[in-house]
Design a protein around this ligand. Structure first.
Ligand code: NAD
Length: 418
């Protein structure tokens, strides 16, 4: 996965004619931490997991990025996702660098008590390298507000009251209103901006969504509320489709009871993989990385792919989609709503002042629409695809910040500071 992120970076670096040494500096993480998490299962058995945190870049501020609990979590994933966070926070121009981490565990096989013990042990082992002005974790795949609450509590045991150490907390525990749905809301704004180009609205399009967790389900709900027709959805259990549009509130009720989309009575069961290639105007991958590959990119029927997940498209598939005239709104733009509202949460925690939901959503909207406009403008001006344009914008911002805080201006190509 890191290879793909580095390749996307390299395309932008080529466009900017960045010297090799500067590429190395911008690609190399500042710090890589791996910890061994030994805990006891409910049955008294020994449990062994590995925890990771890759801290990529601090030039624009403290590092920020999610925690993923997944059996596939490893240093390669953390490094790739941490680098994406550096570029993402720069694209939306919020004052952070990038980090990412997680634990190689499968929460579906753990009791709440086991998950609690693993999480708090992870915090105990990582406590020196995280903190409100160092590195601020947040939810990602298989982590949620409850887990963020545990992290805050454990950190507090060592350093005192510090809600700004982690974002995505429960609203009852210094979380921000609107954080839970923020990534999905940002995805909706990105799609809306794309459709505006030729005078269309969300109510004019049909949408297929892979992944129905935090991001996928909130994107589906918000797009459907604006009249968008969600025609297919998948999760780990398989896919469902209904050409007339799936009743999303009913599906959310179903999920509340059954946890997965399988068996939902208001749609036909289809193969999970078929959701990616079904007939829909818009495809939103909102599950894991490498969903769109050379094997399925030639069959995708959508005119636009909005990357709600991180790294869902391999470089080869990206090129194939580009050749086929399919627009890809890249992850570092499309899913930046989550980290943006995490920034609002952190700001509220530091100020000890709560924002109204209306303010959270209004400021998120401004940031997302402005970022989309900047990327689209750069893409048009320089003849780039949206992903390369987003990386170019981000690299320029990181370089400008570096030039402003360190005596490195003479080492940077002039084009980078324009
Ligand atoms: P989640 O754990 O809440 O949901 C993941 C969903 O993907 C689940 O519905 C799961 O069943 C589904 N899934 C897993 N494998 C699948 C497969 N092979 N086919 C179809 N569905 C599959 O995670 P999330 O927080 O919604 O994150 C989803 C993606 O969005 C990740 O790539 C994450 O990095 C990215 N992201 C999340 C946030 C956030 O705020 N949570 C922010 C930015 C980006």
């Amino acid at each position: 996965m890191l290879e793909a992120t580095n390749l996307f970076f390299t395309r932008a670096a080529d466009h900017l004619e960045l010297p090799d040494k500067l590429r190395t500096v911008l690609l190399t993480p500042r710090r890589v931490v791996r910890v061994e998490i030994v805990t006891e299962s409910d049955e008294g058995e020994l449990m062994h997991h590995l925890g990771y945190r890759v801290q990529h870049n601090t030039i624009r501020g403290p590092m920020k990025g999610g925690l993923r609990f997944h059996p596939s979590m490893d240093e390669d994933h953390a490094a790739s996702l941490a680098s994406l966070m550096t570029w993402k926070t720069a694209v939306v121009d919020i004052p952070y660098g990038g980090a990412k981490g997680g634990i190689n565990c499968d929460p579906s096989k753990l009791s709440d008590q086991e998950l609690y013990r693993i999480t708090t042990r992870f915090v105990e082992l990582m406590k020196e390298v995280i903190g409100p002005t160092i590195d601020i974790p947040a939810p990602d795949v298989n982590t949620n507000a409850q887990i963020m609450g545990w992290i805050m509590d454990e950190y507090t045991k060592f350093y005192g009251f510090n809600p700004a150490v982690v974002t995505g907390k429960p609203v009852d525990l210094f979380g921000s209103l609107g954080r839970e749905e923020a990534t999905g809301r940002g995805v909706m704004y990105s799609l809306e901006e794309y459709l505006k180009n030729d005078g269309r609205k969300l109510s004019d399009v049909s949408v297929a969504i892979q992944g129905f967790g935090n991001v996928g389900s909130n994107a589906a709900r918000l797009i459907a509320e604006q009249g968008g027709r969600i025609v297919a959805v998948s999760d780990i259990s398989g896919g469902i489709a209904n050409d007339q549009g799936i009743d999303i509130p009913a599906l959310l009720d179903w999920i509340g009871e059954h946890r997965v989309v399988e068996g939902f009575p208001g749609a036909d069961a289809i193969d999970g993989a078929a959701v990616l290639t079904c007939k829909a105007d818009v495809l939103i991958p909102a599950a894991l990385e490498d969903a769109i590959t050379v094997d399925n990119a030639s069959q995708i029927q959508a005119e636009v792919v909005v990357e709600a997940a991180n790294g869902p498209t391999t470089p080869e598939a990206h090129d194939l989609l580009h050749q086929r005239g399919i627009t890809v709104i890249p992850d570092i733009l499309a899913n930046a709503g989550g980290v943006t509202v995490s920034y609002f949460e952190w700001s509220q925690n530091i100020q000890q002042f709560r924002w109204e939901l209306e303010r959270v959503n209004r400021e998120l909207e401004v940031i997302m629409r402005r970022a989309y406009g900047s990327v689209a403008q750069l893409a048009a001006d320089d003849g780039l695809d949206m992903r390369t344009a987003a990386f170019v914008l981000a690299i320029k911002r990181v370089a400008r910040a570096a030039a402003s805080r360190q005596n490195v201006r003479h080492l940077l190509p002039t084009g980078l500071l324009e």
